[in-house]
Design a protein. Structure first.
Length: 140
């Protein structure tokens, strides 16, 4: 299981979990868990393995391009994510918004960018990269 915790997890109980249920060479049956406080949403669906590996590759090897692009959509209308710089004068450390959502297209059979159910995790770059490494390990 790959898990990304919000930097204020102790207070918010906000996290994103990606669980590999079953995989073959082309696709993976996954479980996405969105946790926020006492609220939990679970989504189970089929995705292309290459999309999961691409998520890992983009975060670790194309960070700057990913920040410029703002949104990355999986091949099938299933999930999307974005990483945005969160600029604040209150803290010295650079924090990012990791936005992840289940596309409405997963259920409507058409692409609906930035439309669906999702979560925003506030975290530093190193933690987001660790999450990407967990995903790679989960699906290798």
């Amino acid at each position: 299981m790959a898990t990304l915790y919000d930097r204020s997890f102790d207070a918010s109980k906000t996290s994103l979990e990606v669980v590999n249920i079953e995989s073959d060479t082309v696709s993976s049956n996954i479980l996405i868990k969105l946790n926020c406080g006492e609220h939990h949403l679970d989504f189970k669906f089929l995705v292309l393995r290459s999309d999961l590996i691409m998520l890992h590759t983009l975060i670790l090897n194309n960070w700057d391009e990913l920040l410029e692009a703002e949104v990355w959509d999986s091949t099938d209308p299933s999930f999307s994510f974005a990483i945005l710089a969160n600029n604040s004068d209150l803290i010295d450390e650079q924090i990012y918004q990791f936005q992840f959502w289940i596309d409405a297209g997963e259920y409507n059979s058409h692409r609906a960018t930035r439309s669906g159910i999702g979560i925003t995790i506030y975290q530093d770059r190193k933690s987001i990269e660790q999450f990407a490494l967990q995903i790679k390990k989960e699906f290798d």
